[in-house]
Design a protein around this ligand. Structure first.
Ligand code: ZN
Length: 489
């Protein structure tokens, strides 16, 4: 297991060498989706970021427990614990049971995640399946003196907590400022302070998703599920907690307060946050008409899209940026990513066909070291990709005969590419587009061998017909002395 993998800890605001609490075990908790609408571009980024982390920790030999929750209850429309439950709102609009809404959008989310070739989490707990655990957590907060009840709803006492622990250390928010900023929000008369947050909400008449509790028939506050389920499945102290930067406040700040309040100590050792995606420089929002779901992206069915983009193109595009940088989506940028990915796959294809020659003139060990240094540096995927493209350059040079590689180095280069491109970056293998590429290659092998058979029998009418028909379909055959190559026009 390598010991120089560093990750940026949002809490300490610096890069730290990753040292899990109980090696070889490593625990990751990532905030998953609230399943009330189709998965969109915004979901792709954390999914791919933490998939890269998960894959790399597995590659390093850790036994990883990767927990990603499904929020299926209690996420209200605004951060002040007011407004309708997001899932119930969709249920009302679509005339469905709330759990039908959850099932529909969870299915879509899982399908999209498979298309993006993300590995499935080890555990995917749902908030609605952990109501009792959440109530027990609230009881613990009552015992510690950080919870209070008003009219059947329970709130977290931030001021009280702040006397013993510092509230706001993840987001850098200061209580006094929070108080003045949020004073004008309505419906907060139940709370002692505007920055207090709900642990349990009493259900209003007509509310569908509700459970009995010692305080009222109601439902848990959104932040509570993540404190409860992360500790349940990963322990009172666990290694990594991830999510989008937009979750730092209030969601993760409140999680820290709940967990620390209940346990008397912090539960998370490394906080990791991915940056956001903008579209043509704008924030993504339904009201701006630039809200693109993953299905629309994959089939090109959106007014802003000039074409469909394969899931692997989207994955490659996201990996081209460091996870802490912003990413701006545009057709031009996606088309460039599509070309870049093709160049990488083409290099891999050439690599499989390379023949060793003489004494190596290229230093593969040096290239390997650079690749590991890049990924060890807080998952620096863009720098890693730049070294893989350096590798593609070598592959082409060896293919041209301008550089040489002996058999051992060639195996080492193949191993390097397979490890980084397939296993760690998760590009191609097992994905829909990857399977398509593989199938295309196999079909072309069959067609080329049929044409060779025809030529051996001097049936030139058939062999020419195959070549001409392929050309019409945009595939060019090239007769070489050691066989036939093909390429797309
Ligand atoms: Zn969460």
């Amino acid at each position: 297991m390598q010991n120089n993998f560093t990750i940026y800890n949002s809490l300490s605001r610096q890069k730290e060498i990753f040292k899990p609490l109980n090696p070889p075990f490593a625990g990751i908790y990532v905030c998953g989706p609230t399943v009330y609408s189709n998965a969109h571009l915004g979901h792709a980024r954390p999914a791919i970021t933490f998939d890269l982390l998960y894959r790399y920790l597995l590659h390093l030999g850790y036994k990883v427990r990767y927990v990603r929750n499904i929020t299926d209850v209690g996420h209200l429309e605004n951060d002040a614990d007011e407004g309708e439950d997001k899932i119930e709102k969709t249920a009302r609009l679509e005339h469905l049971e709330p759990m039908e809404v959850v099932q529909n959008y969870m299915n879509t989310f899982h399908r999209n995640m498979d298309q993006l070739n993300t590995l499935k989490p080890s555990i995917e707990p749902r908030a609605s399946g952990h109501i009792i655990e959440q109530q027990e957590f609230i009881k613990l907060l009552f015992e510690k003196g950080y919870a209070y009840e008003v009219n059947g709803s329970v709130y977290f006492d931030v001021l009280k907590y702040n006397q013993s622990f510092k509230y706001g250390k993840l987001s850098g928010r200061v209580l006094e400022e929070l108080q003045s900023n949020t004073r004008e929000l309505e419906g907060q008369e139940e709370k002692r302070n505007s920055f207090d947050f709900a642990l349990w909400k009493k259900a209003s008449p007509g509310h569908l998703m509700k459970w009995p509790s010692p305080w009222s028939e109601g439902y848990p506050g959104w932040h509570l599920e993540c404190s409860t389920m992360s500790i349940k499945y990963l322990g009172e102290v666990f290694d990594i907690h991830g999510g989008g930067m937009d979750l730092q406040f209030p969601h993760h700040e409140c999680e820290i307060a709940q967990s620390t309040g209940a346990l008397g100590h912090e539960s998370v050792r490394y906080w990791m946050h991915n940056n956001m995606i903008t579209i043509n420089g704008q924030k993504m929002a339904r009201s701006l008409g630039n809200f693109i779901t993953l299905d629309q992206l994959f089939n090109g069915d959106h007014p802003m899209l000039e074409q469909a983009y394969s899931p692997m193109t989207v994955r490659f595009f996201i990996l081209q940026a460091h996870y802490r940088s912003t990413v701006d989506f545009s057709n031009e940028a996606l088309q460039a990513a599509e070309k870049g990915l093709q160049r990488l796959f083409k290099g891999l294809e050439t690599l499989e066909k390379l023949k060793p020659s003489g004494i190596s003139t290229v230093d593969i060990n040096d290239l390997r070291k650079k690749c590991y240094d890049a990924i060890d540096d807080d998952l620096n995927s863009p720098v890693l990709l730049s070294y893989l493209f350096e590798g593609v350059k070598y592959i082409n040079q060896v293919n041209d005969g301008t550089e040489k590689l002996n058999a051992e180095d060639m195996d080492s280069l193949k191993n390097l590419f397979h490890t980084f491109v397939f296993d760690i970056l998760g590009l191609n293998a097992g994905s829909e587009s990857g399977r398509d590429e593989k199938l295309t290659g196999e079909l072309m092998d069959i067609i080329i061998s049929l044409r060779q058979d025809a030529r051996v029998k001097k049936d030139f009418a058939t062999s020419d017909k195959i070549r001409d028909e392929l050309k019409k379909a945009g595939v060019i055959l090239k007769d070489r002395k050691d066989g036939v190559e093909w390429e797309k026009e």
